[in-house]
Design a protein. Structure first.
Length: 341
């Protein structure tokens, strides 16, 4: 075989495989873009488990007319300009990969309007080929429609599960994102069926209602509220009481600077904070939000960005561990905890 340069479309499809696994991953990327655009309301519509249609409509900043087609091109992002920006990236996206990747494995349409434009514009891409820009009626904000996911990648399509399973993945994804931003309202519909409806939640009791909707009434009824700040790290959220500890680590929601994480260092630090109050082999449940200077963390470690690299992992670990331990100690002082200095 001779060495050949791959066609552009194929390169995009290969890259898409890295981040776009199923309809839920499409929605994750689209909703994160809406959040990055400052949306206060996000409406998600799906058909046939998202395979036939994934649509996200937001009331965010919109995309300039001249940039609509660019948003579908590879490595086009408005979020970073220099390599130094990577150090302090505060947005969920920054690679400029999601839209072109999705475009290469679906039929996509973008309709958007910025606040200073009297009307909206739309642009589409089919099989990676971008269409002409056209005017379109739209309120300020953006609608992205993704149809027929993987229609041109049969090998990928084969891996999709039943409508029910894919819808389940989507619901869990939307729930995780809804937990990350209380101030934004979310609605998820499958056809005419409303699967999730989360009004904007400013006050703590409203936030607790959203947590109850997503994590369960049981959890919030058995939760301890935590708010702690020390040496550049902030933490707030809800920890389950030790009696609510679970057989599986299945109710663990951790957000760093608004980004959902599945991080081993974080999980083990929180466990350690519970070590004297829960039985061996049981797992804590929690919904926690941590804030830290973005320069203290490298989110560039993995394309799906579920894991991060902390500049000072030890510091973060100790902060988390001590915050949790303190809540347990204050709540159960003198009963279950051994005294420690
Ligand atoms: P990234 O999010 O990594 O920048 P994407 O491919 O997801 O890359 O999006 C490309 C660009 O399109 C973004 O940088 C942003 O400027 C614009 N964009 C995408 N979705 C939206 C949206 N819902 N609202 C406003 N701008 C958007
Ligand atoms: Mg993005």
């Amino acid at each position: 075989m001779s060495i050949r340069v791959l066609p552009e479309q194929l390169i995009h499809q290969i890259a898409a495989g890295e981040v776009i696994e199923r309809p839920a991953s499409v929605l994750k990327e689209l909703i994160e873009n809406s959040l990055d655009a400052g949306a206060k309301r996000i409406e998600v519509d799906i058909e046939e488990g998202g395979v036939r249609l994934c649509r996200v409509r937001d009331d965010g900043s919109g995309i300039e007319r001249g940039e609509l087609a660019l948003a579908l091109s590879r490595h086009a992002t408005s979020k970073i300009v220099t390599i130094d920006d990577l150090e302090r990236v505060g947005t969920l996206g920054f690679r400029g990969e999601a839209l072109p990747s999705i475009a290469s494995v679906s039929r996509i349409q973008l309709i958007s309007r910025t606040p200073d434009s009297p009307m909206g514009y739309k642009v589409g891409a089919d099989n990676g080929r971008v269409s002409e820009l056209e005017p379109a009626a739209h309120p300020v904000g953006t609608t992205v429609e993704v149809r027929d996911l993987f229609f041109n990648v049969p090998a990928r399509r084969k891996f999709l599960r039943t409508e029910r399973t894919e819808t389940g993945h989507i619901l869990r994804m939307v729930e995780r994102l809804a937990l990350s931003r209380f101030e934004t309202a979310f609605v998820l519909r499958a056809g005419r069926r409303v699967l999730g409806d989360y009004p904007a939640a400013a006050a703590r009791h409203e936030q607790e209602r959203r947590v109850a909707q997503i994590v369960g009434d049981e959890f919030i009824a058995n939760a301890l509220y935590l708010e702690h700040e020390s040496a550049g790290c902030k933490l707030r959220g809800w920890l389950c009481q030790p009696t609510f500890a679970r057989a599986q680590p299945d109710l663990q929601h951790f957000y760093l600077n608004g980004r959902m994480l599945r991080d081993r260092l974080v999980a083990s630090a929180i466990r350690l904070g519970y070590r004297d109050v829960i039985f061996h082999g049981r797992h804590p449940a929690f919904v926690l939000f941590m804030g830290i200077d973005p320069r203290q963390v490298d989110v560039n470690a993995h394309p799906a960005k579920l894991e991060v690299r902390f500049r000072d992992g030890r510091h973060v670990h100790d902060f988390l561990f001590r915050s949790v331990e303190r809540v347990m100690r204050d709540t159960f002082a003198g009963t279950t905890l051994r005294d420690r200095p």
